[in-house]
Design a protein around this ligand. Structure first.
Ligand code: NI
Length: 227
């Protein structure tokens, strides 16, 4: 399931993030890639423990915490600290790869399973050429390039790539979430049910049937979620 989450960041937060990013030093992104991904990864990344990364992480995590669409789509249990990357010049692409399934929280021994991958865009689509995130699934390839402040959420199990940026710079944040519901199919069922209940409540209010459907949603979540 791929979900577009619009306007995760306010325009003030976006401006704040861009100011921090412009003053930051970038490193070779291969430092954090697994051996297979390192072969196809050509981009820049902020050092993960830097002051800039930590300020940006606080802004992004606060924005995620208040976002109801992110919550219902990802059903987050643990969110790994977001990373920040830039595709430009020679460091402009990340070929087909799959994200590692188990990740360690930096500076700890805590392990987190990656169920949901997210990319949050800081650059406007007009600021660069190319740079689409391409996610492969059973329905074919999805090509994603979103407005600044918007985010795409996709299953961490999918093969994906970032097309070469041929002009300008593409700056984004990416991070992984361990979901309370491990299976993408179950998350999709819960998401569809939740969205339909929301629409029905708006159309007809809390009729007894809508209340019962809401109870079915929560009972399914109770059955499937690991907290
Ligand atoms: Ni990836």
């Amino acid at each position: 399931m791929m979900i577009h989450v619009p306007q995760v960041l306010t325009s003030e937060e976006l401006a704040q993030c861009r100011a921090i990013l412009e003053a930051s030093n970038w490193l070779d992104g291969r430092d954090t890639a697994g051996s297979q991904a390192a072969l196809v990864k050509r981009n820049l990344q902020l050092p993960e423990q830097s002051e800039a990364s930590q300020s940006l992480q606080a802004i992004v995590l606060a924005a995620l915490n208040r976002n109801a669409l992110f919550f219902t789509a990802a059903l987050p249990k643990k969110i790994l600290p977001p990373y920040f990357n830039c595709y430009t010049g020679e460091m402009n692409t990340f070929g087909n790869h799959v994200d590692g399934s188990i990740r360690t929280v930096p500076g700890t021994t805590q392990r987190v399973r990656s169920d949901v991958s997210c990319t949050l865009f800081f650059s406007d689509p007009e600021d660069y050429e190319g740079g689409e995130l391409v996610v492969e699934d059973t329905f074919g390839n999805h090509r994603v390039k979103l407005p600044a402040g918007d985010m795409i959420l996709y299953p961490s199990s999918s093969v994906h790539r970032v097309e070469p940026v041929t002009q300008g710079a593409r700056v984004a944040s990416f991070f992984w979430t361990e979901s309370m519901v491990r299976e993408d199919e179950r998350r999709r069922l819960l998401f569809d049910l939740d969205m339909n209940i929301l629409a029905l409540r708006q159309q007809i209010g809390d009729t007894p049937e809508v209340v019962k459907m809401t109870s079915t949603y929560h009972n399914l979540l109770r059955m499937w979620a690991e907290t």
